[in-house]
Design a protein around this ligand. Structure first.
Ligand SMILES: Cc1ncc(COP(=O)(O)O)c(C=O)c1O
Length: 331
């Protein structure tokens, strides 16, 4: 299968905002947009997006995974960016329509259909740097994805960065392209200079998250992670893993912890990234100020293995879904 993010289905769902109103979402062919060079998003980055998955289980049933939470997060992103806010029910329906339109192209688990709802400002006005766009468009692009971990689950090497920040502090909970643009240079540099897979941002010495995933630290029977204070993305996988950890009898500690605490605990701890693409991926090494600190024995630990397997079993449909995370596809 092609690399993640490079293969798309031929149909998507779109809706446009004009004259104060959203049009009814419709299924259209995936084809290039024509845009005036003055389009708002091209100048003032008025855009936000989401990433979620639909799965086909062994019995052939199709479900979307926690679409309600992704829709809520997208509406919040839109509100923070002063973009026209889609109607919640219409956006939810758009996700189902996008999946239904390509239902026979959803690979069986561990493959999935990745959904990329995207909202952008389309007003043609380069004078609107400090004025919200009055026109907008959202679309739901879909991409069949294979097993992200086909090559095996390799523990990651992660640079701990305690000076630079991932994004502007008040925008941490907003899923907008500008945040990724802001973090990119740090990540590329860490890869080049340290062979790191990712950067764990900890501005001022407080551990936050990486460029595209949340971070958890498991010490004994306690799971530590940054609280949702607006500085990090409220990850939906994070929420799942914390719920499963609590179910398994771990104590969930959503509280700030420092780089010094992280590094002191690391040799006896487990650490992992959580996210839709990564599910739960172990961190084997931290790199801080040129020094490499091994996390546990450098391999995936028992709690990480168990929590990952439990979440995968719910996503694949082989385990019960006590929290109601699977949402059957509405025809
Ligand atoms: C910055 C950032 N943090 C966390 C996450 C994980 O969020 P989720 O679990 O909802 O995919 C993502 C991925 O979307 C992300 O880009």
């Amino acid at each position: 299968m092609a690399a993640f993010g490079t293969q798309f289905t031929a149909k998507m769902v779109t809706s446009r905002f004009r004259d104060g109103q959203w049009s009814n979402p419709e299924v259209v062919p995936v084809e290039p947009f024509s845009m005036h060079p003055a389009t708002h998003v091209l100048h003032y980055a008025s855009e936000c997006f989401e990433g979620l998955k639909a799965y086909r289980t062994e019995s052939g049933d199709i479900h979307l995974f926690r679409p309600d939470r992704h829709v809520a997060r997208m509406l919040n992103s839109a509100a923070q960016l002063l973009l026209p806010i889609p109607d919640e029910a219409a956006l939810t329906r758009s996700l189902h329509m996008a999946v239904a339109a390509v239902a026979d192209e959803i690979p069986a688990y561990p493959g999935a259909l990745y959904l990329r709802p995207t909202l952008l400002g389309t007003e043609e006005d380069i004078g609107a740097a400090a004025r919200p766009t009055q026109k907008a468009l959202y679309y739901v692009l879909t991409s069949p994805v294979g097993d992200y971990f086909a090559g095996g689950l390799q523990p990651l090497r992660v640079k701990v960065e305690d000076r630079m920040q991932r994004c502007t502090p008040s925008f941490g909970a907003v899923k907008t392209g500008g945040n990724y643009a802001a973090a990119m240079r740090q990540i590329v540099q860490a890869r080049k200079e340290l062979g790191a897979d990712q950067v764990l941002f900890a501005p001022g010495g407080v551990v936050q998250e990486t460029g595209a995933a949340n971070f958890i630290l498991i010490v004994g029977k306690e799971v530590f992670t940054k609280p949702l204070d607006g500085s990090i993305l409220p990850g939906i996988t994070r929420d799942c893993i914390l719920a499963l950890a609590a179910d398994a009898g771990l104590s969930v500690r959503e509280e700030d912890f420092s780089v010094a605490e992280l590094l002191a605990h690391a040799p006896q701890a487990e650490a992992a990234l959580t996210g839709t693409a990564a599910v739960l991926t172990p961190v084997g090494e931290l790199v801080y100020e040129g020094e490499t600190i091994r996390v546990g024995d450098g391999q995936m630990g028992p709690w990480s293995t168990r929590l990952r397997e439990q979440l995968c079993a719910i996503q694949s449909g082989t385990a019960d879904d006590p929290h109601g995370w699977r949402t059957p596809l509405e025809a």
